[in-house]
Design a protein around this ligand. Structure first.
Ligand code: AQP
Length: 341
């Protein structure tokens, strides 16, 4: 069964595993906020159980989870309209993940490039959780019967696996129970690249802080990072096509377009033929103008962690109204004895 026969519902998650950066904002948070008034129920999740697939200092995990919640709200997600949760407060995610561990095949997991990238040459020493991560991600989505998942391009392979797991479950048990989820990967910033290397995505775990703009950076830091961003010696071209083999230039143009809600062509209509000495200060001003109010609001929200905890606890109650019956029905389909559904 495609997702078309299910009530539309959006789910997406972000790991509280370090500082939020511009890639998370443009590839995820901003798009969630932009979509909020479309009248579709949405669940946004701080995926703390994914975060612990690599070791986290407990105090840092607590702080990052609250800061991420502050980041969602400061970016424009209204916790009254959308459901905001941290994953560990909704135990059905982990319970369904176990079922999916028994549906997914080891060969499927072996193809996941994120595991290969993160585990590197030391795969034998990686946690079992890091390996099984995509199965938990499938459960995160399908425990809500979510039909649409807005994400950055890096998550495409995991979403294909989610579809495979849903299809195999439905096939194995002869049901049309889980939707075949649609990834929503659109806009000019589905893959924001490192400011130091246009071939690598901007990432929390990059050892160089200069490679990313953090959502907690102040105006001077943002301006400095953009000034020092790697570029080539040519002026900006007049056409989008001419950016093809210029990854660093393309990245800065994409960032400008995403921050300004316009297209790459619009940016080049203004800056085509101009040197980076002109473009970078304009980009820095735009980035500061867009990010500073969010950074300030995050700091204000972080002054009241009890309020953040209250929002997450309320979100979990609302989430479980959806997840409890879906898990119960799943158990019933696979033959586990329990209350009648
Ligand atoms: N560079 C990016 N460009 C566009 N979107 C991005 N996302 C992440 N990086 C970029 C999107 O942000 C959402 C949450 O990501 P996450 O934190 O759960 O995933 P991640 O891939 O682990 O983020 P990082 O920063 O890359 O962390 P590390 O360094 O730990 O791997 C997702 O929608 C993701 O697509």
């Amino acid at each position: 069964m495609s997702s078309a026969s299910f009530t539309p519902r959006v789910f997406s998650g972000i790991q509280p595993s370090g500082d939020l950066h511009l890639g998370n904002y443009l590839g995820a948070l901003k798009r969630f906020a932009d979509a909020q008034n479309q009248g579709i129920e949405a669940v946004y999740c701080m995926v703390d159980m994914h975060a612990i697939t690599v070791w986290q200092n407990p105090e840092d995990l607590r702080r990052s989870t609250r800061e991420l919640c502050a980041g969602f709200i400061a970016s424009g997600i209204d916790p009254e309209k959308s459901i905001l949760i941290n994953q560990s407060q909704v135990p059905e995610h982990a319970q369904l993940a176990w079922v999916f561990n028994c549906v997914a095949r080891i060969g499927w997991m072996n193809r996941m490039t994120q595991f290969k990238d993160k585990a590197g040459k030391n795969a034998e020493k990686a946690s079992l959780g890091l390996y099984a991560y995509p199965s938990l991600m499938a459960a995160d989505i399908l425990v809500y019967h979510a039909t649409h998942v807005p994400v950055g391009e890096d998550q495409k392979q995991h979403l294909e696996l989610t579809r495979d797991i849903a299809a195999k479950f439905n096939h194995d048990y002869g049901v049309d129970f889980f939707p075949i989820t649609e990834p929503v990967i659109e806009g000019t910033a589905t893959r924001v690249m490192s400011l130091r290397d246009g071939s690598k995505k901007m990432s929390k775990s990059d050892p160089s802080d200069m490679s990313r703009i953090n959502m907690t950076d102040d105006a001077d830091t943002i301006a400095k990072k953009i000034r020092k961003a790697k570029t080539d010696p040519e002026p900006l071209p007049d056409t989008v096509d001419a950016l093809k083999d210029r990854p660093e230039a393309r990245n800065l143009v994409n960032i400008y377009a995403a921050l300004d809600n316009c297209t790459q062509a619009d940016v080049l209509a203004t800056y085509g033929g101009k040197q980076f000495g002109t473009f970078k200060p304009a980009l820095a001003d735009l980035a500061v103008a867009r990010m500073s109010p969010i950074t300030q609001e995050m700091a204000r929200l972080m002054d009241d962690p009890a309020e953040i905890d209250r929002i997450l606890a309320l979100g979990a109650v609302r989430a479980r109204e959806i997840t409890t019956p879906i898990l119960r029905q799943t158990y019933d389909i696979i033959g586990m004895v329990g209350p009648a559904v």
